[in-house]
Design a protein around this ligand. Structure first.
Ligand code: GTQ
Length: 351
């Protein structure tokens, strides 16, 4: 409201509000400026989770409940600004999942899209519609919505990865469906790594992808560290111009259309050479970062956050962020940019 109301007018309005409230009616003019914001004002807070601390709690949970009992033994990374929401941002979820040697997290499928970013261990797998992706540290593995998936660890060492899901987005649209499979493991449909072999190297099956077993629009679900990490190094070593706001940055894409990895989630990696300081940048996609390598700082709206390997940091929508690399800094990030771009909402500002 722009004009000041007289006391009499205000008290008559208050009486009106009181009468209509039981019928679910409210005056927009009292709320308009809080509903239609001139710029994003996220309730989510900037926050960092120490991997070492979270890992200790997760291992303690591992002593108390099996992966099978839990269905998914995961610690939720809840944003302190979103209590009870189970989200790390208003649209996205993050969790740390532990699979101990010999365990299986039983097969299920759901509307939600998930990514896994491996934090430690090696040789455990995620099986997607009956095809295993055998995972190594800092690999990215997808389980797109609607596909059967189970996880297993046939190795001698615990396996921990970060789960990134669009749980709050699906909840927002009231569009959740989920079901368990009749057996622990979905029957094997193809050799481990088959889709990566066919689609992961800038090629596709000669026979034509629509004849394949994978959904034609989303054949690839494994983006190994062994491939993305050397790509960043090659960029840095080639003398390629470095983006002042991002560093050397590459986005993971769906090879079918060059679009984001999943309908609702985008993901990327960055390399900042030692001593590099990125210029401040903000974007409407609140982003979850994992430090893969190196040390440095994130300066988020003037707040300095120290970074070390495996730290997890959330930068909410429209908070300005700049990174300083004390040693060569490699970051993985995921956000809802994929979803916002479809809705024509995405914006960024590079200072
Ligand atoms: O691995 O399927 O962190 O369904 C949350 C929900 C993991 C999974 C989570 C899930 C999963």
């Amino acid at each position: 409201m722009h004009e000041v109301l007289s006391n009499d007018q205000q008290s008559q309005l208050n009486a009106l509000y009181e009468q209509m409230e039981p019928e679910g009616l409210y005056p927009l003019w009292e709320k308009l400026s809080a509903l239609v914001l001139p710029k994003p004002d996220s309730p989510a807070k900037v926050h960092k989770w120490s991997y070492d601390n979270a890992r200790d709690y997760l291992m303690r949970a591992g002593d108390l409940i099996s992966a099978k009992q839990a269905e998914r033994r995961v610690l939720i990374l809840e944003n302190p600004g979103l209590p009870g929401h189970s989200g790390i941002t208003p649209s996205l979820y993050a969790g740390l999942q532990l699979i101990l040697p010999g365990e299986i997290a039983p097969a299920h499928r759901h509307a939600q899209c998930a990514l896994r970013f491996v934090m430690e261990g090696g040789g455990a797998y995620t099986s997607v519609d009956g095809e295993k992706a055998v995972m190594q540290p800092f690999d990215l593995v997808l389980t797109p919505g609607g596909q059967w998936h189970d996880h297993g660890n046939p190795t001698e060492t615990p396996m921990i990865w970060l789960d990134g899901l669009d749980i709050p987005t699906v909840r927002h649209f009231d569009a959740s469906f989920a079901e368990g499979y009749s057996e622990d493991q979905f029957p094997e449909q193809a050799p481990a790594g088959d889709s990566l072999n066919r689609y992961g190297r800038n090629m596709r099956p000669l026979k034509g992808h629509t004849a394949d077993r994978r959904p034609a629009h989303q054949p690839l679900f494994h983006y190994p560290y062994a491939e993305w990490r050397p790509a960043l190094d090659a960029m840095a070593e080639s003398g390629a111009e470095i983006d002042p706001h991002l560093g050397h940055a590459l986005e993971f894409m769906n090879p079918i259309n060059g679009g984001p990895i999943m309908a609702t989630i985008s993901a990327h990696v960055r390399l900042l050479p030692e001593g590099f300081e990125s210029k401040p940048r903000r974007s409407t996609d609140g982003t979850i970062f994992v430090v893969v390598e190196g040390t440095g700082e994130a300066v988020i709206e003037g707040e300095t956050i120290a970074l070390k390997p495996r730290d997890i940091v959330v930068v909410p929508s429209w908070k300005s962020v700049a990174f300083k690399a004390s040693s060569r800094l490699v970051l993985f990030g995921y956000s809802d940019k994929a979803c916002q771009e479809k809705l024509n909402l995405y914006k960024e500002e590079n200072a």
